[in-house]
Design a protein around this ligand. Structure first.
Ligand code: SAH
Length: 420
């Protein structure tokens, strides 16, 4: 049966409304029976089941396998500037509860209590699919990852400044996932003027330089904030090895927490040189010169897979090893190959760990869930021939919430293991 509707409408195949009734925000191309009204990319469409019953209002994305993403499940709620104002405001209030986002920027209770850098909008989990906004001091950095966000980009930019009082908004819509939406990469200043690309932020009293123009993602791995502090607490008196160190987040926390030595490994020379600067900024010696209680800090530009094998051949060992690799499996399709990569580095790390040593190991792959990650780590310990216990489970911080209706949002998994 063909229907006609006043508004651009996406009609689902029979039975394909189930995930929407559970409030999951994605509509895959295979679920769509018919599209009426010739909607443009990013335009709002009404979503109806095969019987024509109204289900949701969503952003249309013709180039993507995810054909539409839901803005609202409320038939009374229009998708307009006020809608986005309400969603942004709700997200900012949630952050303030956790001492993260003073309103407006720089004022109010809890300001700078934890950090002046945080994720303000976490896409689907904040009811704004495809929109990521991070705050670094007075500057906001935006990633628009879907056709829907692209459509509302100017409105979103205005509302973000209005709601936060931030001085400027920089765009880093240069992530690979935009290709899947048929969108070209884009980066540059969206609002404000004359901003510095290097911003110094503070995190639990430690300082870090973030380059919002050239850094990974929007500049810093904000999702690991609490885990970096935890590593700092565990580091006292230990020799630490930080693999995939980026700009030294875990390294600086470990050094400040009283580690005896920290060796940091990454393939990116630019990240390592920021790491050295970060060490100096926090009054930690940047070279391998031990003076009194100073931590011995070393930075190694190398591939971790190769470096760990070399350390094994040299019989080196540590009491604390951190593994925070990049996403090996963005989706479930790459899970098998990714699993081999995770197992390899975890097996080598267990071998390099002294008895009683601590392994803090992460996966940020959406394609590997927590249960599978734990299995991989278990078989890595088995192959390494060591006993190990899990003593803590770690995850992304509260500024990276997971909507209960969107389990895909829980991407960062961490295990703290103690070697027997
Ligand atoms: N722990 C960091 C974030 C790590 S992100 C923090 O808290 O800030 C992952 C890092 O792995 C990136 O810096 C990237 O340059 C690095 N990387 C990717 N592949 C690598 C490899 N094979 N060997 C070493 N480093 C690698």
């Amino acid at each position: 049966m063909r229907y006609t509707f006043d508004m651009p409408t996406l009609l689902l195949k029979p039975g394909r409304e189930k995930s929407l009734l559970r409030r999951h925000p994605w509509i895959f191309s295979g679920a769509v029976e018919q599209i009426t009204g010739n909607p443009q990319p990013g335009e709002t469409v009404e979503v109806r089941d095969a019987q024509g019953n109204w289900l949701a209002r969503a952003a249309y994305s013709p180039a993507s396998q995810i054909r539409a993403r839901v803005w609202t499940f409320d038939p009374q709620e229009a998708v307009d500037a006020d809608f986005f104002r309400r969603r942004i405001s709700a997200a900012l209030k949630q952050r303030a509860v956790f001492g993260l986002s003073p309103l407006p920027v720089g004022e109010g209770p809890g300001a700078r209590a934890v950090s002046d850098a945080m994720r303000l909008i976490h896409a689907e989990s904040d009811g704004l699919p495809g929109l990521v906004v991070d705050r670094y001091g007075e500057i906001l950095v935006l990633q628009s990852l879907t056709a829907g966000c692209e459509f509302w980009r100017e409105t979103l930019a205005d509302l973000l400044l209005e709601q936060t009082g931030a001085a400027a908004l920089y765009e880093r819509s240069d992530a690979d996932v935009r290709e899947l939406e048929g969108l070209p990469p884009r980066a540059g200043l969206l609002r404000g003027s004359n901003i510095e690309s290097r911003i110094t932020i503070s995190e639990y009293g430690l300082k870090f330089i973030v380059n919002i123009q050239t850094g990974h993602k929007t500049g810093f791995y904000l999702d690991q904030r609490a885990n970096r502090r935890r590593v700092g607490e565990l580091a006292q008196g230990r020799d630490a090895l930080n693999c995939f160190c980026y700009t030294g987040g875990f390294s600086i926390h470990a050094a400040a927490g009283g580690a005896k030595s920290v060796l940091s490994v990454d393939t990116s020379g630019e990240a390592l040189s920021l790491g050295r600067e970060n060490a100096l900024l926090n009054g930690i010696k940047a070279d391998s010169v031990s003076t009194g209680s100073t931590t011995i800090l070393d930075w190694l530009e190398a591939d971790v897979f190769t470096a760990l094998r070399k350390f094994r051949d040299q019989n080196r060992s540590w009491d604390l090893i951190i593994l925070d690799p990049p996403k090996f499996a963005p989706t479930a399709a790459q899970a098998e190959k990714a699993a081999r990569g995770y197992k390899d580095i975890n097996r080598l790390a267990f071998k390099l760990l002294r008895p009683g040593g601590i392994l803090v190991t992460f996966s940020c792959s959406g394609g590997i869930d927590a249960a599978l990650f734990q299995k991989i780590v278990a078989s890595a310990a088995l192959d390494a021939g060591v006993e190990a216990q899990i003593v803590e489970y770690l995850a992304q911080g509260p500024d990276h919430p997971v909507s209960v209706h969107f389990p895909e949002g829980a991407y960062l998994k961490g295990l703290v293991c103690v070697r027997g």
